[in-house]
Design a protein around this ligand. Sequence first.
Ligand code: IMP
Length: 425
Amino acid sequence: MSVRAVVGLQWGDEGKGKIIDFLSTEADVVARSQGGPNAGHTVVVNGETAVFHLLPCGILHPHTTCVVGNGVVVDPAVLEAELAYLDAHGISWKGRVLLSHAAHVIFPYHRMLDLAWEKKRAARSIGTTGRGIGPAYVDKVSRVGLRLGDLRNPGWFRERLLANIEEKEALLEWLGFGEPLEHEAVIASCLAFGDKMASWIIDTSRYLNEALDAGKRVLFEGAQGTLLDLDHGTYPYVTSSSPLAGGVGTGCGVGPTRIESVFGVAKAYTTRVGNGPFPTELPDLEAERLRGLGEEFGATTGRPRRCGWLDAVLLRYGVVLNQVTHMAITKLDVLDTLPELRIATAYRVKGEVTRHPPMDPWMFEHVEPVYETHPGWLTRTSGAKRWGDLPAAARRYLDRIEELAGARVDMVSVGSGRDMTLHRD
Ligand code: IMP
């Protein structure tokens, strides 16, 4: 099975970076299909932490070619910083980083609009990462966005960008952010970026299809998670793209039958950053304990993550929507010192017990999780080298997750290091 997709099964931050880093050892090409610098894929190599927001984190494996697909929104400044990181670490990227001509560009006014809308919405704000993601996708859908391919034609690019800037200035003024935008500086830096990357802004859909036809091993690197999906997540508290395995088709320009296996990644508990429903969220003090144990602070914004018990209702929902073939459970070691663990196996909604999440956002207010309790293992798991080294209670916890979620747990991570991932077989 050499064409794989890795997806998050919760609200992002599941530790996908670590699993992608591992699976990249068996991939020739690693491709991202959606999202933008709202993601923060963390990989720890020899004690050094690397966080990638835009480039596939498979870039750390020198044999891979890394693709930023058409479904991604690209902030040139962030990409430049990541390329500089690679340069500083002696990692060659020329010819290894391919950018889709159809990926949309995030401009400074997208970031400003993101913050301005959030402020305006006040109590109804989403708690976005502030990276301009939503406004960039709005422009894409409104068909006024500019794409990386447009950087090849300065006249075309300039004319359209200036028209956009005029509109955005009016909008920003209405939102109370009246600063004029620095047109010329933005145009110059974007065109310089386009020039620098010209040879690698290509039709990545064609590249990927040809690579697949040639039998290359391709790994699709998902960002965010199922519950942040624009259509199937906890709308409106979601991101603006589709992090599902189904999103890979449109986000990379490959047919859906190309994907042979889907790796769903979930934490051994649940976290969420930003606003919106979270049925198994723990009250402040208990959440703080889990946050401390799991170092639960956003990789992109540094915000403290909300923390709670594992929610098997939502996990099963993610397994179905993505048709997960393999599951990876991360951060099991974070639970090592807890005497008792809980898993939500169902919801009670207005007196009715259900195994499905509610359809409408306001219904989450009536959700009461139905928990089962598991004994903790109270043993350090981070030294485990094989599945069999895990304490029996931890193995039972994993077996139960598998049973409730409806997918096989093949991998478990017990620490941040590359060698701290255990495989069932
Ligand atoms: P946006 O994607 O910045 O518009 O944010 C929308 C929602 O998705 C907010 O709740 C963010 O905190 C959340 N979000 C976006 N990207 C990530 C991620 O990579 N990990 C976790 N949450 C994310």
